[in-house]
Write a protein that binds this ligand. Structure first.
Ligand code: FES
Ligand code: FES
Length: 163
């Protein structure tokens, strides 16, 4: 076991865990944030996507020992500062989720996409989202929601509460 000082959703947390424990389990079982999901456990499905310093990261394949105390971890619970951000609102308005299991990972990837490309076309969306699998096949609605969020952000200039 080893002690790690982490910054999760702008809060300092300390955990005492095995060094090879994936960030996913630290976030869920030790920090208590259950929005990040376990899917494949092999970096193949994207269900476990969080942001590490603003970039999407597969938390199932990120050992806690690879995280430094200056790294910023953001989970689905932290992207809106206690409110829904533009992507989450668009997800609701387009009624994207079916079973919902993949959706927090999808949203985390979409938030990162819109940060790097505020006006993605369909091809850019498909490319950015291609690593996030949805067994329910919500891909068309995901595409629409990303466009809607991009439009909202053009008007409001906010909504991406990314840390
Ligand atoms: S659970 Fe991490 S990519 Fe599938
Ligand atoms: S909504 Fe069911 S797996 Fe994506």
């Amino acid at each position: 076991m080893a002690v790690y000082n982490l910054t999760v959703n702008n809060k300092k947390v300390k955990v005492d865990v095995e060094p090879d424990m994936p960030l996913l389990w630290v976030v869920r079982d030790f920090v208590g944030l259950k929005g990040t999901k376990f899917g494949c456990g092999m970096a193949l499905c994207g269900a476990c996507t969080v942001h590490l310093n603003g970039e999407p990261a597969r938390s199932c394949q990120t050992p806690i020992s690879s995280i430094s105390k200056t790294d910023k971890i953001t989970t689905i619970e932290g992207i809106g500062d206690g409110q829904l951000n533009a992507v989450q609102k668009a997800w609701i308005e387009e009624q994207v989720p079916q079973c919902g299991y993949c959706q927090s990972g999808q949203i985390m990837t979409a938030v990162a996409l819109l940060k790097s490309n505020p006006n993605p076309d369909d091809a850019a969306i498909d490319s950015a989202m291609s690593g996030n699998l949805c067994r329910c096949g919500t891909y068309d609605r995901i595409r629409k929601a990303v466009h809607r969020a991009a439009d909202t952000m053009k008007v409001s200039g906010n909504g991406i509460g990314q840390k």
